[in-house]
Design a protein around this ligand. Structure first.
Ligand SMILES: [Zn+2]
Length: 394
């Protein structure tokens, strides 16, 4: 599921499909000395995923390991045998195998099919970036199709009906392509967390995930020729949300649909109790002035019944907080969605809700329900993203 941040970073120029095609394939044409066959060689784009962040040091295992400074191409470490290297962010540099270098980005390559970092295995090329606070971010650069195979089982279960798994593969591919072009200036395209898509490395790959990705190779969802912002979530609880109330943008393919397909979701109904003083503390930590809470009321709801504005009456006055901000302050895992009613009982706030996630776009438990009823992945995608078209990018 994706819990996307709101605000400034959601404003972006939507990249055009033709620009993507030029970026992906343009470099493949007109190569020196290559006969003009008329058919450019099509390559799969790479995606750069921040897989671990905030680390003081890290432990890399591999065979024929090579570590280079990306700017100068200087070789900082090389070993022909299986070896283990410790990297540390330190004094505005990176310490590689005991030697400190004044650098901020290194590449790590191996001849092994996978690299092991902190006990997990990863495919493809690795880069290590030193952030301003001297912590390290590990970036895994890999073929987008391989990335998708490792992603499926962290988003849904590949044991679900294959039509549902294919729908998930296409949506995740579309989301990744969209982010790749939105974050061109950054060290990486995606973060492996609920903020983007959860990538679990090669350990979560299996045959069914591979089949769903291969069967839909290169397919993305587009609206008027452009890749869509393919938001998705765990379960909607009956109706998906309009992007207008989440990102602030009224996207025509994200206006919300009714969904009768996710009633088997584990969080279709949930209850969350929190002591009032704890709730006040959580909200206050986000900069609000809240005293002893007396009443909580949902002031405004979106058309899908989600809490848009909540008023909190305390002995220091009344504040209004946006639903999304409240979810963030309390915790996305605790306040599972904004589709809730709230009351106060025995000094506790009692939230009774339905569904999990922001509710925008595709409902993951809904696609399981639809596929089980015999819908194809094309019908499923057209249902949750009306007006969109599938395009084969490569
Ligand atoms: Zn649903």
């Amino acid at each position: 599921m994706i819990e996307m941040r709101k605000g400034k970073e959601m404003k972006y120029p939507v990249p055009f499909l033709c620009a993507l095609i030029i970026l992906f394939f343009g470099a493949q044409t007109g190569l020196a000395g290559r006969p003009n066959s008329g058919y450019p060689k099509v390559t799969v784009p790479v995606i750069r995923v921040a897989i671990l962040k905030g680390l003081r040091s890290l432990d890399i295992h591999g065979r024929d390991l090579s570590i280079r400074d990306i700017r100068s191409f200087q070789n900082l470490y090389e070993s022909r045998t299986p070896s283990r290297v410790i990297l540390k962010g330190e004094g505005n540099g990176i310490r590689v195998a005991g030697v400190l270098h004044k650098i901020s980005l290194v590449s790590v390559t191996t001849t092994s099919p996978v690299l092991m970092i902190n006990g997990k295995t990863y495919r493809g090329k690795l880069e290590i970036a030193r952030e301003q606070d001297n912590t390290l971010t590990i970036i895994n650069e890999l073929d987008i199709e391989k990335y998708l195979i490792g992603l499926i089982n962290h988003e849904i279960s590949s044991a679900w009906n294959l039509e549902a798994v294919k729908a998930q593969a296409i949506v995740a591919r579309t989301y990744a392509i969209f982010q790749k072009y939105k974050r061109q200036e950054d060290f990486y395209d995606m973060v492996s967390s609920v903020l983007d898509q959860v990538y679990g490395g090669t350990l979560s790959e299996d045959e069914r995930a591979r089949q769903a990705v291969n069967d839909t190779r290169g397919l993305i969802l587009t609206y008027k020729g452009n890749p869509i912002l393919a938001l998705y979530h765990s379960s909607c609880g009956g109706r998906t949300e309009s992007s207008k109330y989440f990102t602030g943008e009224d996207l025509p393919y994200l206006r919300g649909v009714s969904c009768q397909f996710c009633s088997n979701a584990p969080n279709y109904f949930w209850i969350y109790n929190i002591p009032l003083d704890k709730l006040a503390k959580a909200i206050a930590s986000d900069g609000y002035r809240v005293g002893n809470i007396i009443a909580i009321n949902v002031k405004k709801r979106t058309p899908s019944h989600r809490a848009y504005e909540i008023s909190i009456v305390s002995d220091t006055g009344t504040i209004t907080i946006q639903g999304e901000k409240m979810r963030k302050a309390v915790g996305y895992d605790r306040l599972k969605s904004l589709n809730f009613n709230v009351s106060i009982k025995n000094n506790e706030a009692v939230f009774m809700g339905s569904g999990a996630g922001h509710g925008v776009g595709l409902c993951q438990w809904g696609i399981k329900g639809m596929a089980d009823k015999g819908y194809t992945y094309k019908q499923i995608l057209n249902y949750y993203y009306p007006g969109t078209n599938l395009k084969k990018l490569y």
